[in-house]
Design a protein around this ligand. Structure first.
Ligand code: DAT
Length: 186
């Protein structure tokens, strides 16, 4: 049976900020919360690129300013290729422009209002420049634009991710979409 691949993505600014996230955990818009719950409700496989990079040490150097390793994007792609071909994968990452476009059948950009995001990031220990960069990035809608440039516009969707009610609504919508996709493609 064919199953869809789904990308959950969020705040994105630049390579240096990206690798900052790798060492501290990703910005708190709710990708892993949504991705894991979605996997448990649908049987799809949840993959966090940040965690995978840590486990397999998929890095190509060290960023001195942010004191963290730099993601080796080519090795991440090699590592995921076979699973993506099989299908049924939910990928969680805070960037989206280096994945092959054909991997994903749908892309969700999670959006959290800055008042909520500030508290979530601060409680994770984000401070100073890293905190400001991430908040600013959300203000400027950077990742949504990145996603719209990297994928066909019709498959990129923004989802509000502020409250538990948003989470439940997003789960319902995505589960419905998966059921329809599976019917249409089998
Ligand atoms: P990410 O994977 O994008 O870094 P997360 O899933 O770890 O984010 O969530 C960060 C925190 O926010 C965590 O404490 C759970 C909480 N959270 C996630 N989605 C939420 C939602 N829709 N409403 C309220 N809190 C949420």
């Amino acid at each position: 049976m064919r199953r869809p691949n789904i990308l959950l993505t969020a705040v994105y600014l630049s390579l240096t900020v990206l690798c900052g996230h790798l060492s501290l955990g990703t910005p708190g818009v709710g990708k892993s919360t949504l991705g894991k719950e979605l996997a448990s409700r649908t049987g799809l496989t949840y993959i966090s690129v940040g965690d995978l990079a840590k486990e397999e040490e998929l890095y190509e150097g060290f960023d001195e300013e942010y004191e963290c390793p730099i993601l080796d994007e080519d090795r991440v792609i090699d590592e995921l290729e076979d699973k993506m071909r099989e299908g049924g994968v939910i990928v969680d990452y805070h960037g989206c422009d280096f994945f092959p476009e054909h991997w994903f059948h749908i892309v969700f950009v999670l959006r959290t209002d800055n008042s909520f995001l500030y508290d979530r990031l601060e409680s994770r220990g984000y401070k100073g420049k890293k905190l400001q960069d991430n908040i600013q990035c959300e203000i400027f809608q950077t990742l949504y634009e990145e996603a719209m440039l990297s994928y066909r516009k019709e498959i990129v969707h923004q989802l509000p991710s502020n409250t538990p009610e948003d989470l439940e609504r997003n789960l319902d919508q995505i589960v419905q979409w998966i059921e329809q996709w599976t019917k249409d493609n089998n």
